[in-house]
Design a protein around this ligand. Structure first.
Ligand SMILES: [Ca+2]
Ligand SMILES: [Ca+2]
Length: 264
């Protein structure tokens, strides 16, 4: 069952106390095995099963999930991707949960313990990474453009843009809003992009230039900004980056005059 972050945080203090206390207990219960798997469903359900060889009366099982390589000695709240505790009613305890969409990438370490267990056991799981790709066309240096994917919880994943305009955003499986932009251009947004395959290609787009005053439309305010900088070398207005704001920028802006978005 999926635990909400607030609930996770609520049990965290207690659970951490148990987690670290169990390292100091020098006898009794044993963990026979622990394994974690990522299910191939849309939410990437994770299942962690712990088998206890000698369960004790009223034994509590504890699980902690962190990014691989995280040092437990310096654990911060933000390092904890999942934490929970269950009663050991049988020799096996299974935790089923999902991580936030933005966290569904890379490798994770899983630590489990329990009442009377003298040291935590660990295992790991990993997600296969998805790529959102496409190509933007801009007048100047494309590497100054941005490609950002935002998940349903508002977590941002920054992509890279090559000089060719080809961009690439590495994400975990999930659904994202993808925003492409560059200073001087209208933002392009792709809503609800489902990253369920290894590669999702959003295709090519020419970003609309002339948005010097960022208000979602190329209009008189942008024209005024351009004219104020005419014949000057002003980086954010010099769309083609040739060192001067001149007829090339003016013609581009006039071509895009009144543009307030992209055709679907
Ligand atoms: Ca504007
Ligand atoms: Ca220019």
């Amino acid at each position: 069952m999926m635990k909400k972050l607030s609930k996770i945080l609520l049990v965290m203090a207690l659970t951490l106390t148990v987690f670290f206390a169990m390292m100091a207990v020098a006898s009794a219960a044993t963990i026979e095995s622990v394994e974690a798997n990522v299910a191939a469903d849309a939410g990437r359900t994770i299942s962690v099963t712990v088998e206890y060889g000698s369960p004790e009366a009223a034994q509590q099982s504890t699980v902690l999930v962190v990014k691989s390589g995280t040092a437990l000695a310096t654990l911060a709240d933000s390092d904890i991707k999942y934490i929970d505790q269950e009663a050991v009613s049988d020799t096996a305890v299974t935790y089923t949960f999902k991580l936030l969409e933005a966290d569904r990438t890379g490798a994770y370490d899983v630590y489990v313990g329990g009442t009377g267990v003298d040291a935590p056991e660990d295992t790991s799981f990993s997600f296969d990474t998805k790529k959102i790709i496409g190509t933007i066309t801009v007048l100047g240096d494309a590497t100054k453009a941005t490609a950002v994917a935002t998940d349903a919880s508002g977590n941002n994943v920054n992509g890279t843009v090559a000089s060719t305009g080809a961009y690439e955003i590495e994400v975990g499986q999930g659904t994202y809003d993808v925003v492409l932009g560059k200073a001087g251009y209208l933002y392009k947004t792709y809503e609800d992009v489902a990253a369920n395959t290894a590669e999702v290609n959003l295709g090519s787009i020419t970003l609309i230039a002339g948005e010097f005053v960022v208000d979602g439309v190329v209009d008189t305010k942008d024209l005024q900004t351009l004219l104020n900088n005419y014949n000057k070398s002003v980086e954010v207005v010099d769309l083609n980056e040739d060192g001067v704001v001149d007829t090339k920028e003016l013609q581009t802006l006039l071509n895009n005059y009144n543009a307030d978005g992209y055709d679907e």
